[in-house]
Design a protein around this ligand. Structure first.
Ligand code: ADP
Ligand code: MG
Length: 692
């Protein structure tokens, strides 16, 4: 439990300094200014006091059992200081100093050294090379951090490796007048990890929303497990950066954070139910809405405005994000016609006009809250000097307090003049934004999250008719032999062991053998040149399709024998399957995470359109169906313009069997079923490859 870190009862600073412009001074000042509830112990051998607080020569002289010790001393002194802390039963150390693994092997040695000592004493370490934590809980008031944002009390907690981004986000909330709860930035994260902190925040009752920023996940599977658990309890809003190659490089060279496969991180977020953002401003504004608003039950928005244009902007954004703006019900329309000015526009958006007053706004909000056509309310309020906007704000705040449906407000005003209107909305917990687009995007985020909430992916189907040990045995043998790609016969045996449907096949070494194999399979057949060196068979003229009889089979084999030098040349004779839609299925190992499963359009489409989608193992039935639905050419699978669709249930099953195969036999590095032919009534794999 990280309780003693996030709710410390005492704090010390090793490296406390009398110099105003130093971290060792700032941390103490922050603790004092923020009203830390426990005693503060500056540690400095050369002075008796720091900022008027009694200083100790060494941590060994300070009282026992300190909850949090900051270290603001050069890296080389940290291991000994950790040792001393161990002797004093210190519970947690926040190492603000840098000079560890982020600078190279020399620093890494110090990190290993102090970590061994910390482990030995059971001390938990935040950092090194980090800012620290803040907890605004009135019982704690811990500002164990050297930054400068002074948060108000609120319900949003922030966690990020990168102190710079965590602070920017924190500033964003502060600028909006939105309070925060817990703040944690763990720098090199050599002990306490992001998932561990997220877990803690999940259990912290004061935290309603968790905001995190990542540049790559160190331990993706733990992140996924924890995020999934916590996201079931409260919203996790995340932003992933390092999406471009240049961005990833920048990320890799700071904080030692590894920006890995971008794709995998997005898939993890999706699987875990984390709401993702591409833009930090949007993340901050959305979080402000999440901090006070319930989650909408659907995507239908009622808009209320006292000025036309901004409502148009908001409408475009909402509709562009696939939210809906339903018309008023007859009842709502009748009510509003009676309550508003005769010139008011009684539609959705409702325009109460610039002269519209508090009673008008109230009537609109009440009517839309009572109207089953709406899941959430969007309010525009410009503040004309000829209207009592404080009273309007009071009505909005009052309706917000009833918490019937979520609402956001675009308050268009001069904040320096309409201070009371601003204050009423803020204290009433109404998320207020300065631009119509900002409010609309915050609303969009609430609705996106409601879709995530209602998306239940279920458990993966487990097929017990598979022969795992057969597949494993083949792979073990190939690994032992050091093969990079499995011979075709082995590939197809593995697919058969997992009941993935393949076209009938035989191996042959000569023209005669190929002809008799073809007789057994039944004409027409396909002959494929098979040798370790032949990868893209058709590119090299190694595929002869639609061979109707023995003669053509023998001729095809002889032709390939003449052209291919390979000493291990064999012939893969396969049933020719006419027609069908070519799709591609695949799997690729993702270290620490299982496998990525791919599905898309095959044949020429895969090259030209790159119309493929991915998911992480284990893929559930729900997710497999979602994969079929999310490729761009999805309508083709269902059938368009009189063309028949394909057997979707069959594809869903093959995706799941594939997912189970690579999960059962993780040594499979890559697997391609390209093409797989999809028909109205069956699915048949006609080319397969497995790489180790
Ligand atoms: P490669 O991908 O190594 O070039 P394939 O085995 O995929 O070789 O064959 C190339 C193409 O030939 C396939 O994309 C498919 O269009 C066609 N083809 C291959 N095998 C069959 C088959 N059994 N039935 C029908 N068409 C096939
Ligand atoms: Mg192929």
């Amino acid at each position: 439990m990280l309780d003693s870190l996030f709710r410390p009862k005492s704090a010390a600073v090793i490296g406390a300094s009398t110099k105003e412009f130093s971290i060792g001074n700032r941390v103490i000042r922050n603790l004092v200014d923020f009203g830390f509830k426990g005693p503060i112990y500056p540690i400095n051998p050369k002075t008796d006091e720091v900022r008027g607080i009694k200083a100790y020569k060494s941590i060994l002289d300070a009282p026992d059992n300190i909850d949090v010790v900051h270290m603001v001393i050069p890296a080389k002194f940290v291991p000994q200081a950790v040792e001393d802390c161990g002797k004093k039963d210190v519970k947690n150390i926040i190492i603000n100093s840098g000079g560890f693994s982020e600078i190279g092997p020399e620093g890494e040695a110090f990190e290993k050294d102090f970590m061994a000592r910390a482990k030995n004493y059971g001390i938990r370490v935040l950092g090194p090379n980090c800012q620290g934590i803040i907890n605004t809980d009135p019982d704690v008031r811990a500002y164990c951090n050297f930054t400068f944002t002074k948060p108000e009390i609120g319900h949003i907690s922030i966690v990020a490796l990168s102190g710079g981004v965590a602070e920017v986000i924190h500033q964003g909330f502060s600028a909006m007048g939105v309070g925060t709860r817990i703040y944690a930035s763990n720098g090199n994260a050599c002990d306490i990890t992001i998932p561990e902190i997220i877990q803690y925040l999940g259990d912290d009752d004061g935290t309603r929303v968790i905001v995190t920023y990542v540049e790559g996940l160190r331990d993706p599977s733990t992140f996924m497990k924890v995020a999934r658990e916590v996201a079931a309890k409260k919203p996790i809003l995340a932003m992933k950066a390092g999406r471009t190659a240049e961005g990833a490089k920048a990320a890799a060279s700071h904080t030692g954070g590894l920006a890995k496969e971008d794709l995998a991180t997005d898939l993890i977020f999706k699987k875990a139910g984390v709401l993702t953002f591409m833009d930090e401003g949007e993340l901050i504004q959305a979080a402000a809405a999440f901090a006070t608003q319930p989650i909408p039950k659907g995507n239908r928005i009622g808009l209320i405005t006292n000025t036309g244009g901004p409502a148009v902007i908001a409408t475009d954004i909402l509709v562009g994000a696939e939210l809906s703006i339903p018309p008023l019900s007859d009842k709502t329309e009748a009510t509003l016609k009676e309550s508003l000015f005769p010139e008011a526009s009684v539609n959705n958006p409702v325009d109460v006009l610039a002269t519209g007053n508090a009673a008008h706004y109230r009537a609109c909000m009440d009517a839309m809250n009572a109207d089953d056509n709406y899941d959430a309310l969007y309010i525009n309020l410009v503040t004309p000097f000829f209207v009592d906007t404080d009273s309007i704000a009071k009505e909005i705040a009052a309706v917000n307090q009833q918490a019937i449906k979520p609402m956001v407000c675009n308050l268009m005003t001069d904040k320096n003049q309409w201070t009371e209107t601003v204050r009423i909305l803020k204290e009433g917990g109404v998320p207020s934004f300065s631009l119509p687009g900002e409010a609309a995007r915050a609303m969009t985020a609430l609705v996106r999250y409601s879709a995530i909430r209602s998306r239940n992916i279920g458990q993966p189907d487990s097929f017990d008719d598979v022969d795992k040990s057969l597949a494993q045995g083949i792979i073990d043998k190939a690994s032992a032999a050091g093969s990079k790609f499995l011979p075709s016969a082995d590939v197809y045996r593995i697919l058969e062991a997992y009941k993935i449907p393949t076209a009938g096949w035989r191996m042959a070494v000569s023209a005669e053998a190929a002809a008799s194999a073809a007789e057994e399979i039944g004409f027409p057949v396909v002959v494929k040149a098979d040798a370790a060196a032949i990868v893209h068979k058709s590119d090299m003229g190694g595929v002869a399709v639609n061979l109707p009889d023995s003669q053509s089979v023998q001729a095809a084999v002889k032709d390939m024998q003449a052209r291919f030098e390979a000493p291990d040349l064999k012939f893969f004779v396969q049933k020719y399957v006419a027609g069908g839609m070519e799709v591609i299925l695949g799997a690729k190992a993702e270290p620490g995470l299982g496998h990525l499963i791919m599905f898309g359009m095959g044949g020429i489409y895969v090259e030209v359109l790159k119309d493929v989608v991915f998911n992480l193992t284990p893929v559930t039935r729900f997710e497999a169906e979602e994969m079929l639905d999310t490729i761009r050419l999805a309508p083709l699978l269902k059938g368009v313009r009189g063309q028949k669709g394909v057997l979707r249930a069959g594809l869903v099953e093959v995706i799941q069997r594939l997912s189970q195969l690579v999960s059962d036999v993780p040594a499979i590095q890559e697997l391609d079923l390209n093409p797989t032919l999809a028909f109205e009534d069956e699915i048949v794999v006609v080319d397969a490859r497995i790489g180790l």
